[in-house]
Design a protein around this ligand. Sequence first.
Ligand code: PLP
Length: 494
Amino acid sequence: MSDDDSPAFGRGAPPLGEMDPDVFRETGHRLVEWIGNYLESSDRHPVLSRNRPGEVRQALPPAAPDTGEGFDQILEDVDRIILPGVTHWNHPGFFAYFAITGSGPGILADFLSAALNAQGMLWRTSPALTELEEVVLDWLRQLLGLAPVEGVIYDTASISTLHALAAARQRVAPDSRSAGLAGRPSLGPFRVYCSQHAHSSVDKALIMLGLGHDNLKRVDTDQSHRMRLDALQAAVNEDRASEMTPMAVVATVGTTAMTSVDPVPAIAELCEREGLWLHVDAAYAGAAAMVPGFEETLAGCDRATSLVVNPHKWLFTPFDLSVLYCRDMDMLRTAFSLTPDYLKNREAGSVRNLMDTGVQLGRRFRALKLWMVLRHFGASGLRTRLADHIRLARLFGSWVDASAQFERLAPIPFSVVCFRAVPEPGETDEAVDELNAELLDAVNRSGKVFLSHTTIGDRYTLRLAVGHIRTTDTHVRLAWDVLRRELARLRSGK
Ligand code: PLP
């Protein structure tokens, strides 16, 4: 039967096969041009999207087109519908949360990764994916000043932490993999300790691992927002006395709210003494360890069992790429390796199969973007850029300190400043909180900059995080000007 006789491939049906290679090249060039222009002038857009809920959905047809469309039309809709609905994380005025950033080499690497479409479940399904990951994680390890340790790339820190705690669970309850934890009162409860300021990904890990959210003990912090060692020891002692099983401690280097650093060397000592798994969450601040003068950032982390660092947070690597270093990767493999018959292979035992190191079977070629970022900027290029972010945060902090209208609410260990508009005489705590919340809204409505907030000691706190690769003095100055202008407007009641 010829193609023409086939009902599925009848006359008028679109041709089969890939996009025409020439159309691909032509469109690809245009898209690269588009991306180049976007990156050069992303500050033309309001940082925080001004869309109302449902706007993008309503602008799009309810079903996919029946016949294919040309890229002219598709790109036009990107400009018209998608772009206004994007909050521009790649805008140099993005100062919210942890201001992450893409970069040219990382973007190109992701483009290439999509083209290769490599899937690294097994070494043989792309030897380069597995081996480049090993090489690039060893490069990063050296830059961070860490002793040799095996690493693995996941998508996010939440998943890195989940895997670390899964390995810790495997260590304390070796048969939990086969028998589970439910209905076994002789086991556990297994307790995990972190500070009041640890990230919610720790909570989620306990929930997911069936350890029970109630078994996360949030330990008090000191005046510098660091986990209190005496409180940690007391919590462990109390749990042992109550027949609970201490399992792991999660220490944070660079907490989400105010980037405080837990005393990792002392916590490591406690964990060694108590036989606990120590996981360090350095998702944001870990990268600082490569900056001259900040080499102590990861002090004590060589004694941790596992450590997460996110190059997608503060190392110019486009989202997503999180690195878990683990001194007991075999425990992680014991927790997760499982090879169905169709994936058995002759190399087993002599190579690393990434599917053994976690829940995911398939893996993207993420190492490519970290590799290209490290190669393109080089160690000194990365150090200088990170150091500049720290300088900019301190510069902003110095303006806050010198101002009568604002006050700083926490030290600036890295590139985040916590501050607020000061109360006027007689103003209640609630009124000051409300004023600062209104100020934040007004500043973000400007479209020029985007800041976020946190809570420190019950006080509503504004937070400026420097992390974008193209952020300069001009953008930080602009944030300061907008803040002062909007505060003056709010105070004058206009
Ligand atoms: N750890 C810390 C300290 C964080 O601040 C965050 C997010 O900001 C995370 C973990 C979670 O990061 P991810 O989005 O990569 O899961």
